[in-house]
Design a protein around this ligand. Structure first.
Ligand SMILES: Cc1cc2nc3c(=O)[nH]c(=O)nc-3n(C[C@H](O)[C@H](O)[C@H](O)COP(=O)(O)OP(=O)(O)OC[C@H]3O[C@@H](n4cnc5c(N)ncnc54)[C@H](O)[C@@H]3O)c2cc1C
Length: 385
């Protein structure tokens, strides 16, 4: 069994690293930091777009690089390690969904703009009463001639405050079984009747928003896929969201910082016997997570469609970050709990931020319980409860 990288793949990794070093300053923020310099993110994404890497997975005809799954994983890993941004929802979710379900007009209008980094997208799926059971969503769209009129509310809409366009699931047939009465729309975020209200998180950041729809008029031509078949389109979009394996690398940056603190004789942090055990566990689990993640990539590269395998990667990777955050906190004691800006915080409070940020990882893109249900039923063949 060979788990190594080919010379070509190692060369590509070096190319990615050199690009990030040349274009992204690590001082401009990670996901868990309260302030991420949005101008720096936009400038870097423009550099990615100019290089063809914003949409590297896309076919060349749509402005991509036809990158292999292995190349995408290498790119994602290096980006996560350095905190460098990637393509956003347009590149990773909306574009690929339009390539499968979009009309020719929709592809011509949106794909080039996404590839050129002109449009930022946000995803309006979850509602206050519909998260895991997404098909129960209530936001209503009613046809009126060539338009639909939308009323309702979405929540946890990541990036909505900065978005140019939204992709939104609505109920178009309340009488049909819940999965069969949903339609999927795209609309500019500044369409009259849309109100976006940022939500604050415990980290101090505002990553997502509540999004309200009051008599919002959207052309019927903005529907993705067929009327009342939006659930099946969205299922494809969610597959793109869940198959990402890069989350397993998310703790590597803070881990390097932790090692730096431990190596610094002046830091005042001493590694105890239990701390050494924690370090060993961080290392072991990182390797396990990497191999589970690579399995998903290997399946994709071989033409197979990962299913419960992606759920295994999601559940292990997201819960590992939480365990790692707790381990770092145990090793550093009270100093690991201080927030950025505190004069006594180590590495400017990064460990506290990661600790506060980590719980959200096992909620977004399908909670751990939902992933475990998938592993149990589809992976192990256990009966549905
Ligand atoms: C950082 C972050 C970003 C997000 N971004 C977006 C976004 O951009 N767009 C968007 O639409 N949504 C977004 N979400 C929302 C996310 O998809 C939902 O939070 C998630 O699907 C869970 O839904 P919920 O919060 O309503 O919890 P619920 O579904 O109400 O779940 C509550 C609890 O019950 C458990 N549970 C529910 N059903 C079952 C079951 N059948 N079996 C066992 N346990 C169950 C859950 O696991 C959970 O522990 C984001 C969430 C986070 C944390």
């Amino acid at each position: 069994m060979e788990f190594g990288w080919s010379d070509e793949e190692q060369g590509f990794r070096a190319e990615v690293r050199a690009f990030i070093d040349a274009n992204w300053s690590t001082g401009t923020g990670h996901d868990w930091e309260p302030e991420r310099d949005s101008d720096a993110v936009a400038t870097y994404q423009q550099a990615l777009s100019d290089h063809g890497w914003l949409t590297m997975a896309w076919p060349e005809e749509y402005g991509g690089k036809d990158a292999s799954y292995i190349q995408q994983v290498i790119f994602n890993e290096e980006s996560v390690l350095t905190g460098a941004p990637r393509g956003g929802q347009g590149a990773s979710l909306v574009g690929p969904t339009l390539m499968i379900f979009g009309t020719e007009e929709q592809k011509l209008e949106h794909l080039p703009k996404i590839a050129r980094n002109e449009i930022r997208w946000a995803q309006g799926y979850s509602e206050p009463g519909s998260g895991s059971d997404l098909a129960s969503l209530q936001t209503r769209a009613v046809r009126d001639g060539d338009e639909f009129v939308i009323n309702g509310q979405k929540i946890w809409t990541s990036g909505a405050m900065h978005a140019d366009w939204l992709h939104v699931l609505t109920r178009t047939d309340p009488a049909a079984p819940k999965h069969r009465g949903i339609s999927y729309f795209m609309m500019p975020a500044d369409t009259p009747g849309i109100t976006i209200r940022a939500l604050s998180q415990i980290t101090g950041a505002s990553e997502f928003a509540e999004t309200f729809f009051e008599d919002v008029r959207v052309p019927a031509a903005n529907m993705i896929g067929e009327e009342n078949r939006g659930w099946y389109v969205a299922a494809t979009t969610l597959d793109f969201e869940r198959s990402g394996v890069d989350r397993v690398a998310a703790f590597r940056g803070p881990y390097a910082q932790l090692r730096r603190v431990l190596d610094d004789a002046e830091s005042g942090v001493e590694l105890t016997a239990s701390g050494r055990g924690d370090i060993a566990d961080i290392e072991i689990e990182a390797e396990v997570a990497r191999l589970i993640g690579y399995r998903v990539t290997w399946m994709q590269a071989s033409g197979a469609v990962p299913n419960y395998e992606a759920s295994m990667s999601k559940v292990f990777g997201s819960e590992m970050i939480q365990r790692d955050a707790q381990r770092a906190s145990r090793i550093l004691g009270q100093r690991g709990m201080l927030r950025p800006g505190s004069p006594h915080a180590v590495e400017d409070g990064v460990f506290c931020q990661v600790y506060l940020w980590a719980p959200s990882r096992s909620i977004l893109a399908g909670t751990s319980e939902i992933q475990r249900n998938i592993i149990a039923t589809r992976g192990l063949g256990l009966p549905r409860g």
